[in-house]
Design a binder for this molecule. Structure first.
Ligand code: G6P
Length: 612
């Protein structure tokens, strides 16, 4: 995620801002910038694509920018590729407001249209520039920056943490937040804003956490907080006791755990800007309705967990689109002479956008004349650039090798794309469209419910962590979800694990079941729940210990048969794997923790596999 820092004090701001940005490097970024205000020069900003060293070089370690008030930003691209122009801070056209932003402004296109009609000129592709131009517009009208910020946050929809400086205000910076983190830091003769405590822990451990809808005015001597109606709010201070490495992980012990916990927010960021008035709206999606209607066959190509997303998608899209969907591993697809033609859609799924086999598969699909659509997390990555069409998951940077939030945002985005296509193809009823869309919209809140139950999963992990071999069984969407549950477990805990389609048990696997074997039985797919129960009975009859996963609806039945049961909320069957996978991620995490494994960097594995 983007990193924000702001400083108001009596010494030069620029070196402090650069230092703060360097401490947030672990969050991941593709460009960086700072803006500083001085009486002599007004606002000065420097920003650049690439590593922070470039910005250090550009500013001679900050020495080129004068002034005791400033804001800084590391950007992780969402709207617009990583570039000097799209980097923050963004400066208003009139030149007197500079702003940094973390989050996504959902109605930015509508506001941009409105501002364009008023004669405002834009230079970047970002949603953030819309905020700074609108802010200047309001500032001209009301002549108070605080009031202009209040008007801004009433007008925009989406998530934001803002840091703002204005050339007319020599001593104060303004901050605001909603659904994106922002803290206020109390220093000695200076004060701060920051996305996380790592940026400022060197200067202070006294902080206040801003709440949604609050606006703060920060000077060297004071911090005043207001609500959206500009009524003063009294905030409690907290004392940070974490060390720097814990602070990087937001107080969580591992990046993987932090990223599991971030999933509701990541899904919200990915789906909510794409749902408007009960419809899926894919802004800037370059595929025309005619192209969509010409699709006769769909290939999904990916590696690792992204391939497992494809496995889920095969079931959901075939149901929704009534088109054949074939899922292929990147490493297989590229060498197998696939039957791709001009009526084929080849969907490439990749978190990094750099996986070599996936990239080669994309090139092969293009060579064969297929239409290619990339679903990617890293903006401007190789796959995103080379595919004919691209849609981004807005999960933010993922640091842990074992993916969690990228997987779940891919699932959610593919649900939306599936609905969008099905609508164009006329293969989904209005009622089902509405039900699925509602299920996707309520996913973040239902996922939060799953994440409240960590103690139970932790207990189960402590009960089963020393098994040598664990089987995951399920049917249909539960089978696809089991593939991911099993991969998570083996990659970070090093326990041998396999996932099987339950119907295949009798064709071999059941011979491996003996007294005490742990079987994770997945029974969340409503249509085949009875069959899932039969398989539980079968493995129990051979002495297996059964850890079951089901939904509220089937809780009672499952609890009567399985040895222990994890329950997730009910939702539409197409969306159910997005909830079911959460306890499986947590189970893998806690088992690996019990076994003392290096969770964020499992042996022999890499986050991005750029070799064959
Ligand atoms: C590696 C990662 C996995 C990921 C896979 C594909 O194996 O550890 O988490 O699913 O690569 O990566 P991609 O970036 O293409 O999604």
């Amino acid at each position: 995620m983007c990193g924000i820092i702001g400083f108001a004090g009596h010494e030069e701001a620029a070196p402090i801002l650069l230092d703060g940005l360097a401490r947030m490097e672990y969050r991941g970024y593709d460009s960086a910038g700072i803006a500083v205000r001085s009486d002599k020069w007004g606002l000065q900003a420097k920003k650049s694509r690439g590593r922070l060293e470039t910005l250090y070089g550009l500013t001679h370690g900050g020495a080129d920018l004068d002034g005791p008030l400033g804001i800084g930003h590391t950007r992780w691209a969402t709207h617009g590729e990583p570039s000097d122009i799209n980097a923050h801070p963004h400066i208003s056209e009139g030149g007197n407001v500079a702003l940094v932003h973390n989050g996504i402004i959902e109605n930015y296109l509508e506001i941009k249209e409105w501002l364009l009609q008023k004669g405002v000129h834009f230079v970047s592709e970002t949603d953030t520039e819309v905020a700074v131009q609108l802010l200047e517009y309001y500032y001209r009208e009301c002549d108070s920056m605080l009031e202009a910020v209040a008007r801004l946050i009433h007008r925009i929809e989406g998530s934001y943490a803002f840091g703002i400086i204005c050339s007319d205000y020599p001593n104060a910076l303004i901050a605001a937040r909603k659904d994106a983190p922002l803290i206020l830091g109390y220093g000695k003769g200076c004060n701060f804003i920051a996305s996380d405590v790592t940026a400022i822990i060197k200067y202070t451990r006294d902080v206040t956490y801003m709440s949604d809808g609050e606006i703060a005015v920060v000077t060297a001597e004071s911090i005043d907080v207001f609500d959206t109606d500009l009524t003063s709010v009294t905030k409690a201070r907290s004392r940070i006791s974490w060390d720097v490495s814990a602070a990087e992980k937001g107080g969580y012990p591992h990046f993987m755990f932090k990223e599991i916990m971030e999933q509701p927010e990541a899904i919200q960021n990915t789906v909510s800007p794409r749902i408007r008035d009960g419809r899926v709206v894919l802004d800037k999606f370059s595929m025309t309705p005619e192209e969509v209607r010409s699709i006769s066959r769909i290939f999904i190509v990916a590696c690792g967990s992204a391939y497992h997303v494809g496995m889920v998608c095969k079931y959901t899209w075939e149901r929704l689109l009534r088109r054949q969907v074939e899922v292929s591993l990147g490493s297989e697809f590229r060498y197998r002479d696939p039957l791709v033609d001009e009526n084929s859609l080849v969907v490439i799924i990749s978190q990094s956008g750099e996986t070599l086999d996936t990239m080669a598969a994309l090139r092969e699909a293009k060579r064969l004349g297929g239409k290619t659509l990339a679903v990617v997390n890293v903006v401007g990555s190789s796959i995103a650039r080379e595919a004919d069409h691209v849609l981004y998951t807005w999960a933010g940077p993922e640091i842990a090798v074992a993916t969690t939030k990228a997987y779940s945002t891919q699932l959610a985005l593919l649900d939306l794309i599936g609905l969008y296509f099905a609508d164009l193809l006329g293969t989904v009823s209005a009622e089902e469209y509405r039900e699925i869309l509602e299920a996707v919209q309520t996913l973040p809140e239902k996922m939060r419910v799953c994440l409240e139950d960590v103690q139970k999963v932790q207990y189960l992990a402590s009960r089963y962590f020393n098994h040598d071999s664990i089987f995951f069984i399920g049917r249909n969407l539960d089978y696809a979800m089991g593939l991911e549950g099993s991969l998570k477990l083996k990659e970070i805990s090093y326990i041998h694990s396999e996932a099987y389609a339950s119907g295949e048990l009798k064709h071999g696997t059941i011979s491996l079941i003996e007294p005490g074997t742990l079987v994770v039985a997945l029974g969340t797919y409503e249509a085949l729940f009875d069959k899932a129960m039969s398989n539980v009975v079968e493995v129990k009859a051979r002495g297996a210990e059964v850890l079951a996963l089901t939904t509220e609806k089937f809780r009672d039945r499952m609890e009567k048969t399985a040895d222990c049961t994890i329950v997730v909320p009910d939702t539409h069957p197409i969306v159910q794997p997005s909830l079911g996978v959460v306890p499986l991620q947590l189970f893998a995490y806690y088992v690996a923790l019990q076994r003392g494994c290096d969770i964020d960097k499992p042996r022999n594995l890499a986050k991005s596999v750029t070799v064959e």
